[in-house]
Ligand binder design. Structure first.
Ligand code: FE2
Length: 177
């Protein structure tokens, strides 16, 4: 599918900076980048994709087209924080918790949130959701979490490799769901 028309010069101006971004700054840049995307002009064929908006020394940004529902499983970003802006549809962010019940907070069109670089979370996206994720610094690797015979394992993945759902860990944290 052809990439959407992108105003690269304006995206570069949004990304511009001389140091790593705070989580709040990632969220603000995700919101600013969303102003440049016209959801009505996106090609909705295929199962969806991640379109790189920018990657420089201090941050990277992705336009994510979720034409199919997607559960990322529990993962970390190896120290990179993230700011997320929802353009269309709904997305849920669930920090990994131990000892307190999990809470998957829902975000809809126009909502922005961030997650710290030392956190572990899971995101769910409904079919048709469109989001922008800004990471700082650029992701070096993804740590994916699941249980192996009851023991928590961290499996290292490539930064641009979609992580699978964490079936056993999800079941352990949401018994009976
Ligand atoms: Fe994430």
């Amino acid at each position: 599918m052809p990439p959407p028309d992108l105003d690269r010069a304006r995206l570069r101006a949004i990304a511009d900076g001389d140091r790593p971004l705070t989580p709040e700054e990632c969220a603000e840049r995700a919101r600013l980048a969303a102003d440049l995307i016209d959801p009505g002009r996106l090609d909705r064929s295929g199962s969806g994709e991640a379109v790189l908006l920018w990657r420089d020394e201090h941050s990277e940004a992705w336009l994510n087209l979720w034409w199919q529902p997607r559960d990322t499983g529990y993962h970390d970003h190896t120290g990179s924080c993230v700011g997320v802006h929802v353009i269309a549809g709904r997305a849920w962010n669930e920090p990994l918790t131990v000892g307190v019940p999990p809470v998957a907070r829902e975000y809809g069109p126009g909502d922005t949130f961030w997650f710290p670089g030392d956190g572990i979370h899971r995101m769910d996206h409904e079919a048709g959701a469109i989001t922008i994720h800004v990471y700082s610094p650029p992701i070096r690797a993804i740590g994916h979490y699941d249980l192996d015979d009851g023991q928590l394992r961290r499996i290292l993945g490539l930064p641009d490799e979609p992580s699978p759902p964490s079936a056993a860990l999800y079941e352990a944290l949401h018994p009976g769901s």
